[in-house]
Design a binder for this molecule. Structure first.
Ligand SMILES: Nc1ncnc2c1ncn2[C@@H]1O[C@H](COP(=O)(O)OP(=O)(O)OP(=O)(O)O)[C@@H](O)[C@H]1O
Length: 294
């Protein structure tokens, strides 16, 4: 595999804020790359420097091995966090308008199929639901048949069903061999879509790898969840308790059978017990000491 994008020691200093503080990574062609982190971590600033919207304070960005590659502009598609659609136009008219900006734009039928737009193609842009609007913005990002597509928090604010529908579209686009660069603060989204992840916090990379490798590297344990009160506080120190959030006690177990036996032996109430594997949310909490949504 070859890197389509190489980012070396990227910095962005605003007046009083070190928004991006020495970030380096590579993105392989044809993969879905995820840039994750909480609000204010520096994701949008990083992406905007790569897109050429914001100049870096220092660092290097190579597209197909070439710094400041003029090809990038023609071969990239960008879905911004918010783009003003001309609300007085119908969806089809919006697509025709944006298509007119490019010498080679994809036929509208192709965009309709790739982004599932047929149901509302003739609706006014002002009347779209959040999920429909994101699909139109995705179509606009695809209009020049790009090789690399940037999606900046594309599912923020969508309901779970719309998010999942959007994930299916992204997977279909990835299956066409396109490279996708996704920023998100949803760990489940990253786990489901991304081949490679970089987790950023306060302008720096704090972890990177495939979702599974990251979880294996940092965990190799199971989580046992009980309701608050199912285990009395004086029994806590027999176990490794990670959190007691949301009226729930979470015990880390390196050996599920023996921990369950220990819980039975000490008379814990197991009627609501659940066992789960750690997620990227747990990983973020473990590395930074704070949750993604603090
Ligand atoms: N134009 C600007 N001027 C000054 N500070 C800025 C500017 N743009 C971003 N910042 C600051 O830089 C830091 C990183 O912001 P950025 O938008 O890149 O984070 P993010 O990870 O994309 O967050 P979000 O998920 O909220 O979009 C924040 O502290 C933000 O306030």
């Amino acid at each position: 595999m070859s890197a389509i994008l190489e980012i070396r020691d990227l910095h962005k200093q605003y007046k009083n804020v070190n928004a991006v503080n020495g970030i380096s990574f590579e993105i392989e062609k044809g993969t879905c790359f995820g840039l994750l982190g909480p609000n204010g971590a520096g994701k949008t600033t990083t992406i905007e420097m790569i897109e050429g919207i914001t100049p870096p304070s220092s660092g290097e960005i190579r597209y197909k091995g070439v710094p400041n590659n003029p090809q990038f502009r023609h071969e990239a598609g960008i879905q911004f966090q918010s783009t003003a659609l001309m609300d007085y136009l119908k969806v089809i008219e919006v697509l025709e308008l944006f298509g007119g900006f490019y010498r080679n734009s994809l036929p509208i039928e192709k965009l309709v199929e790739q982004c599932a737009l047929s149901e509302f193609l003739h609706h006014p842009a002002s009347k779209l639901s959040g999920g429909q609007r994101q699909r139109v913005l995705l179509a606009i990002a695809l209009i020049n048949d790009p090789e690399i597509i940037f999606l900046d928090e594309p599912t923020t604010g969508l309901d779970p069903q719309s998010r999942r529908n959007f994930w299916n579209l992204i997977n279909n686009i990835k299956n066409l061999g396109k490279t996708i660069v996704l920023t998100t603060h949803y760990m489940d989204e990253a786990e489901s879509l991304c081949d490679q992840l970089v987790i950023v916090d306060k302008g720096k990379i704090i972890a990177e790898g495939t979702p599974q490798a990251l979880l294996n590297e940092h965990f190799g344990v199971s989580y046992i969840c009980l309701r608050d009160g199912d285990l009395s506080p004086d029994q806590f120190d027999q176990f490794e308790v990670t959190s007691t959030e949301k009226n729930e006690i979470t015990i880390i177990s390196k050996n599920l059978e023996s921990t369950l036996q220990q819980l039975i032996n000490c008379g814990a109430n197991l009627s609501a017990l659940q066992v789960r594997n750690p997620t990227l949310d747990d990983l973020f909490l473990k590395i930074t000491g704070h949750s993604l949504r603090d």
